[in-house]
Design a protein around this ligand. Structure first.
Ligand SMILES: NC(=O)c1ccc[n+]([C@@H]2O[C@H](COP(=O)([O-])OP(=O)(O)OC[C@H]3O[C@@H](n4cnc5c(N)ncnc54)[C@H](OP(=O)(O)O)[C@@H]3O)[C@@H](O)[C@H]2O)c1
Length: 328
């Protein structure tokens, strides 16, 4: 593994120095020196953890594809899963997932959530938010998840709600990834409950770091994260499509217009992320007095684009906060 984006704000520190391990590892809370977290825990069936994905739909597939790519790239990290069990609810989904994951290390199950949780070390809950209670309160699930790690990506379902449905020994964490995880260009925010073992925090960080960027934030931010980062790719695509429409209006072929719009946004985003420059600085740098960019910028301001986009995030955050309350 060549690169791990290690975002600011995380307490985790790089580079385990033993057993040729190149992965990032956490600092001990005791003496703040690096130590091999994977030595602290042995997993159920082998040295490496087994990952379950309960409710493997769009996001479950995106995450697992990214993890598979990482493994296929030669990841030897012990604190990284190398066996996978996924579940869905319908036979046609099982057939589709079996085709998607034609690999020896991945089993697909229709239902069987409790059994799959029993034989796994770390469980990723990827169903719709309103289905989370039904799965986590299945008879036997509380027992199956004792002392294990549950990572939920369900928008709006709080740590407290999940702790209420589960045994106190379960290590509960929330994660908010997004669909670009599929091509390992994702953004994931993790929020662990206060009792989550460092090993599990490290494992989650290892997994999601390979799918793009990853950072840890307090749970109070998760609804805003859901709106900005989880739904962000959809919002970005609307903006991108609108730019492309403008190009088409001015005579560009549709495919060219989409390529130009996508690469312009990709380039702008990467300049912000890679140089750390403020977006306004980049904008000002390309705005020639009396030029075409300022003409376009004023048109955007006439359309109240800033408040429209900012309110988009505000509204999406409000809705995200209600999703966990609606349980089927
Ligand atoms: N979509 C996004 O961009 C995004 C971004 C960040 C977070 N999220 C969160 O990710 C979660 C999943 O979203 P999604 O878009 O991936 O949904 P999705 O495509 O509808 O996937 C949900 C999956 O859950 C399965 N399922 C439902 N009931 C089940 C049961 N009882 N047992 C086992 N599997 C069951 C479904 O199986 P069947 O196909 O067989 O019905 C389906 O595979 C949501 O909680 C959402 O808040 C989504």
């Amino acid at each position: 593994m060549n690169r791990l984006p290690f975002t600011q704000g995380s307490k985790l520190q790089p580079h385990c120095r033993i057993r040729k391990c190149n992965f990032f590892h956490g600092a001990s809370s005791v003496n703040d020196t690096f130590f091999p977290l994977h030595c602290k825990m042995s997993f159920s069936s082998s040295k490496r953890p087994v990952l379950a994905v309960l409710g493997c739909g769009t996001m479950g597939v995106a995450i697992l594809k990214g993890i598979h790519d990482t493994l296929d790239g030669g990841c030897q990290e012990e604190l990284f899963p190398n066996k996978f069990l996924v579940t869905c609810s319908r036979q046609e989904s099982k057939a589709r997932l079996t085709k998607t994951f034609e690999r020896n290390d991945t089993e697909v199950h229709c239902g069987d959530n409790v059994h799959v949780a029993e034989v796994s070390d770390i469980v990723l809950l990827c169903c719709k938010p309103q289905g989370s209670k039904a799965i986590l309160t299945l008879p036997g699930m509380k027992e199956a998840l004792k002392n294990k790690c549950l990572i939920s990506i369900c928008a709006g379902v709080t740590i407290l709600q999940m702790q209420d449905w589960l045994d106190p020994s379960t290590h509960v964490m929330r994660a908010m990834p997004n669909t670009p995880c599929k091509i390992r260009q994702g953004m994931t925010v993790l929020s662990p409950a206060s009792n989550v073992d460092q090993v599990y925090q490290q494992l989650a960080f290892n997994m999601f770091s390979t799918l793009g960027r990853c950072r840890v934030l307090e749970e109070k931010h998760m609804d805003a994260v859901t709106a900005l980062s989880g739904s962000g790719p959809a919002f970005g695509c609307v903006i991108l499509e609108a730019f492309a429409d403008g190009g088409v209006m001015m005579g560009l072929p549709r495919d060219v217009a989409i390529e130009l719009a996508a690469q312009a946004m990709n380039g702008a985003a990467r300049m912000v992320l890679e140089t750390g420059a403020h977006p306004a600085e980049i904008k000002d740098g390309v705005t020639t007095p009396a030029g075409s960019t300022i003409a376009g910028l004023l048109t955007m301001e006439d359309g109240k684009i800033r408040s429209t986009l900012a309110r988009t995030i505000q509204e999406a955050t409000n809705v995200a906060s209600t999703l966990g309350r609606k349980q089927s």
